[in-house]
Ligand binder design. Sequence first.
Ligand code: GLU
Length: 311
Amino acid sequence: MTRSEPARYVGRFAPSPTGPLHFGSLLAAVASFLQASVKQGKWLLRVEDIDPPREQPGADRRIIDALEAYGFEWDGPVTYQSQFEERHKELVQRLLDDAQAYPCSCSRRDLAGARRGALGAIYPGTCRKGSRATEVAIRVRTDDEPIRFLDALQGKQSQRLESESGDFVIKRRDGLIAYHLAVVADDHDQGITEVVRGIDLLDSTPRHIHLQRLLGFASPGFLHIPVAENADGQKLSKLTGATEIDRIAVRPVLVRALAALGQRPARDLADASLDSIWQWAVEHWRPGVMTSQKSIPVDQSTMAEAKNPLS
Ligand code: GLU
């Protein structure tokens, strides 16, 4: 009797090069890396550089250097999402050919009066029946069947796309491929079996599942970690002034990241070598302690004092 090999775990970290690595993105990197390490799987690094207007020159290099300084090791070469542009365009064309997507000439102003939901303006379907304009975005059709999935940390999820987001853009008016399409294409093509990322993307996941179904791709597992927030309850990001993580005093910051993820490193773990910290982290990784947790308060003003992580 032949026994098929269990599918090998493949995880990834997929930063956008919009700025250097801050503590919030470090948490996603640590969580996805530990999940892959514990499952003895692969962990890929994919730079999501498909939105040049939002990118910062050199941010990709800074992110990669920071990850190296923290002792992350990824499998294979770093990939850049822009490498896969032809594939993304081919998938958009496939959806157009299958009449699952259509050109849309609505401008922001046209949509200013649209009903708004938790995910922003809900597209009212204006161009569903056709648009003759030449400068167009491409939208994918949605329906109102609830899309349900089980998130490994956040539990049962359900969203009705048509009434909660409406048909959504997969190729922008400026010709750039939208994140939703690119992430679905690359996760599939790279054989990702579980997506570990911040909870700020939990609401986008039903759109990804919808695209996976339309394209005949299996959906990976999902694990959305709580998002790091500053003292004002804002997500740490370039916009809210998140600072780059320290690339010299890496051990205390790494131990602090583990503590932020609900793990319980001993006070003196930061005195150990980087290798020993990672070894401890892999042996003790229990993501379940963050079940249903939505946010992680991070006091950025104390980041400079990270040399004493648990004080
Ligand atoms: N590139 C996205 C970001 O940096 C993450 C995408 C993902 O993990 O699916 O926010």
